[in-house]
Design a protein around this ligand. Sequence first.
Ligand code: FAD
Length: 299
Amino acid sequence: MAITNSLLATIMPYLPKELVRPFAKPYVAGESIDSVIKTAKKLNDNGFSTTLDILGEFVNSKDEANKIKDSYSELIKKIALEKLDSTISVKLTHLGLGIDPNLGEKNIHSLSLIGKENNVGITIDMENSHYTSKTFEIYKNAVLNNEELGTVIQAYLYRSIDDIKDLDSTLLNLRICKGIYNESQDIAIKDRFAINDNYFEMAKILLKGQGYACLATHDLTLIDRLESFIEKNSISPHRFEFQMLYGVPMGNKLEKLKRKGYKVRIYVPFGKSWFEYSVRRLKENPKIISYVLKNLFKK
Ligand SMILES: Cc1cc2nc3c(=O)[nH]c(=O)nc-3n(C[C@H](O)[C@H](O)[C@H](O)COP(=O)(O)OP(=O)(O)OC[C@H]3O[C@@H](n4cnc5c(N)ncnc54)[C@H](O)[C@@H]3O)c2cc1C
């Protein structure tokens, strides 16, 4: 399967969009703000919180970055208008960080202001390791003006265990994930069991610390381990939530978590860049193709 996955991931960019669409469909809530709002409403009605993400990263011009900022601003206002239980998730390179660090920072500050005015939380997604330090730096400055701002830490990076200790504060809203980018073994753990152990260690620090923990993973064994820790240590459900990506099959786990009174938030991507996003994700992690194929053939 590994060879087939890599082969498929390589040829994917050259296939017609319509052929790739089924690979993206389970994971993407349409192209427009209206379509993602509809999906978020349905998820809210079923007891899930959401975080909405406009697909894309790395813009080529200031104009493009500002347009993305404007779209996020429209999205925030729509979330507030519809009284949705939803935050937004943003990549700093989408707001221009890759072409000019000041532009990325300026845009997140202005979005943060709009988020605060509308009472809509914002999470700054974490991108590849080139941007880790800058992302934390921007987050630390911006959170002083908006407590509803959060960011992300990746368990596969060796540096993360120190970063999490450095970030710990009452203002901290931190998503922990394993990490999606292909990083060098000099800076990233490659063994999946060791990544899980590091994730667990980081989660313990966060859950015993001062901030709010967003436990983002689909790994059922890891989730069980986290639940045991939470229960043994009587961690209040107000101190954490679980997060999953839209469309990833989780069996009855989500319902079980909800029944325990735990908050579950679904990360819902949408937008015109679904094709580029899917191709990039598939190239970065051809393993995903097996998940999608499994789903396609199950139907
Ligand atoms: C809410 C959320 C936000 C995230 N934000 C970021 C971020 O800002 N930066 C970043 O680098 N990464 C982010 N990620 C991605 C994350 O880093 C992992 O790459 C991804 O979640 C897979 O790791 P896992 O913990 O689910 O464990 P894995 O061990 O990879 O997967 C566990 C099981 O989940 C299933 N699964 C996992 N991913 C998928 C998928 N895409 N489709 C179908 N089934 C799947 C598989 O059955 C697999 O066996 C985010 C993930 C989530 C859930």
